[in-house]
Design a protein around this ligand. Structure first.
Ligand SMILES: Nc1ncnc2c1ncn2[C@@H]1O[C@H](COP(=O)(O)OP(=O)(O)OP(=O)(O)O)[C@@H](O)[C@H]1O
Length: 610
């Protein structure tokens, strides 16, 4: 029997959990340390989904750890509720609800501001535990007398009242926790979370509701934290008030950094190193209060020399060994037949009832002012279905601003945009992408840490799943048609041979093609390309022009580029912008000889443009 490769991780985890009690004591770990490691590891699973996978650094996880633990402990002690496991689950649910409410506030900001809000919120919880709620939480004494779990199975009674029986209980829940976390990171939601970490702007421009997904990660992390807090209470027979302290959140962040963020196992390994060293420095070396100093130095050294943590470093070594083996085979580019088939198989998106002739996009009186500067003034513009339109203009003429308004990345100061008969003015880039209007960027906006395949998947998921879907436990491999869509897009942009290469290893020209591929994978009915040829070598330009010609069939495209020779070869009509206004429109032949255009480009020296 062959075990599916993804399940190997689960199998190894189960084996490691079975072997740990036989191996770790010989390395100097006490059973209570091993149990604490498991609780930190479980706590860290949720945090890693939030930080390692979604890129949201929270210093406030103690709030949810404390809330879940305190709630379960209160039910089991003060309220006299007899069911230990159910209390822990209720505590986790309460932590999740609190996480949802906190997330609504904290996620209004990003980066350092988000981190600072989480610190402040955790401090509020710490204060509440010690002061107004001390009658329920025991204040600085915590809640003693939390029972250990007992399960009466009829034929036998399972008790977890010794260190090693408690280990089996915690190891079981850690295993359940890792299985669920692995499912989440392997789901479409997991892929979108990593897209948000790498490039939130592009993730939302590809049709994903990134606020919804960030909130999901935040709630998942809070549930894990609350559950781990409940386990802590039952393991210690006491819910300590210091679960709410900033130190708890800080230690979680440091352990995750040591073990490796974005690996799921990082927090567990980080906790193993951290707790082992802190026991060793205090109990074996008897360092006294200086143990924290030494531990701090070890932390700095580990993080400096192992940038992706211990698990990240092992993963890197494994990948290096695999790619050495793989590189012996030459990559195979898609054949021209495969490309032709891909073009046929990738029609532009059609909304039910949408027209297929006449204008697909109309802008009227479009204006964008930045303070006193008018980047675009009173632009009237219309493009028909199936048209290939070029936009040219000197630097600073307002071309990119115009595109940003069309894709609803920036809101116009005045004017109206109608796409496929619908007023989309001020709608938002995610919704507009969902309607079938998207753009490739002047400066690459890719997901650099992910492979080409993952990049294209993330783009295609926007179309197949809509802007938000909670398919947290579905494998990304089972999304119907996704693999096909990815492979067809890769064939179109000639990246079949690079599908499993991380974006950071691509050549510039390949990145430009992937930039176009991301937009194409959403199957847009109107595709805007902002300087697709920028920065390319002459041979790359020739190749990309051929590529654009092939994808233009059955599609409506608007292209901005400074390379007029190439642009005039591609498009049927050209709009010239100057100083934020439409100067003139016409066929390439008309534009080449237009006196106003020559004036704009050549400052009045007559001749032919380009
Ligand atoms: N966010 C912004 N804030 C202030 N001014 C801006 C902003 N974005 C663009 N501008 C200004 O608007 C004008 C038009 O810029 P835009 O980037 O649209 O021109 P462009 O035609 O695309 O130029 P290029 O060909 O160099 O890319 C410029 O003067 C630019 O400095």
């Amino acid at each position: 029997m062959q075990i599916k490769r993804p399940y190997l991780v689960e199998l190894f985890t189960a084996l490691a959990l079975l072997l740990a009690p036989f191996v770790l004591p010989h390395l100097g770990f006490s059973p209570s340390t091993i149990n604490r490691i498991l609780i930190w590891g479980l706590f860290g699973l949720g945090f890693d989904i939030l930080f390692g996978y979604t890129g949201l650094l929270s210093f406030g996880q103690s709030a949810f750890y404390g809330t879940g633990g305190m709630f379960a402990a209160y039910l089991l002690t003060e309220a006299g509720f007899p069911y230990v496991m159910l209390s822990i689950v209720i505590g986790a649910v309460v932590a999740g609800v609190v996480g949802y409410l906190v997330g609504l506030i904290a996620l209004k900001r990003t980066g350092i501001y988000f981190a600072m809000i989480t610190v402040a919120i955790a401090e509020v919880f710490f204060f509440a535990e010690f002061n107004p709620l001390s009658a329920y939480t025991g204040g600085e004494n915590g809640l003693p007398g939390v029972p250990t779990p007992v399960f009466n199975l009829g034929f036998t009674v399972l008790k977890f009242d010794t260190d090693w029986t408690m280990y089996t209980f915690l190891a079981f829940w850690y295993f359940v926790g890792i299985v669920i976390a692995l499912r989440i990171v392997r789901s479409p939601v997991g892929a979108i979370l990593s897209a948000i970490r790498d490039n939130p702007l592009r993730a939302s421009a590809l049709g994903h509701n990134i606020h919804g997904y960030k909130l999901t990660a935040f709630v998942v992390a809070a549930i894990y934290a609350g559950f781990a807090g409940g386990l802590l209470a039952t393991m210690q027979g006491f819910m300590p008030p210091d679960a709410f302290m900033f130190d708890t959140s800080g230690q979680l962040v440091m352990q995750t950094a040591i073990g490796g963020a974005g690996t799921l196992f990082g927090p567990l390994i980080g906790a193993t190193v951290w707790l082992y060293l802190s026991d060793f420095f205090q109990n074996v070396l008897h360092l006294g209060p200086t143990w924290k100093l030494v531990l701090g130095i070890v932390f700095v050294l580990l993080v400096v020399f192992l940038r992706r943590g211990i698990v990240g470093a092992i993963d890197d070594l494994y990948r290096m060994a695999r790619s050495d083996r793989k590189n012996t085979a030459e990559p195979v580019a898609a054949s021209s037949e495969a490309k032709a088939a891909a073009v046929e198989a990738m029609p532009a998106r059609r909304r039910d009832g949408a027209q297929t002739s006449g204008p697909i996009l109309q802008a009227t009186g479009l204006t964008k002012r930045y303070g006193g500067l008018a980047a675009n003034s009173d632009i009237d513009f219309s493009v028909d279905h199936g048209e290939m339109r070029g936009i040219i203009g000197p630097n600073g003429a307002g071309k990119s601003t115009f595109f940003k308004m069309l894709t609803c990345e920036v809101e116009p100061s005045a004017g109206k945009i109608v796409f496929e008969g619908r007023d989309i003015t001020g709608m938002g880039v995610t919704d507009v992408c969902q309607l079938g209007l998207t753009k490739s960027y002047q400066i690459n906006q890719l997901f650099d840490r992910l492979t080409v395949r993952r990049n294209l998947m993330i783009a295609a998921l926007g179309e197949t799943r809509g802007k938000f879907k909670l398919d947290l436990f579905k494998s990304i491999r089972s999304v119907p048609g996704l693999e096909d869509q990815v492979e067809r897009t890769a064939a179109l942009v000639n990246l079949t041979a690079r599908l499993d290469t991380p974006v950071s290893e691509l050549a510039y020209g390949e990145k430009r093609r992937l930039e176009i591929g991301l937009a194409l994978a959403t199957s847009p009915s109107l595709l805007l390309l902002d300087e697709p040829l920028a920065g390319m070598s002459p041979s790359e330009r020739v190749e990309t022009v051929a590529l654009l010609k092939s994808i233009a069939r059955g599609r409506t495209m608007i292209i901005i580029d400074h390379d007029m020779d190439s642009l005039f070869e591609l498009v049927g009509k050209v709009t010239v912008l100057q100083e934020g206004r439409v100067l003139v429109e016409g066929t390439p032949a008309e534009i080449k000889t237009n006196a106003k255009v020559q004036e704009a480009y050549l400052g009045g020296v007559h001749g032919e443009v380009a």
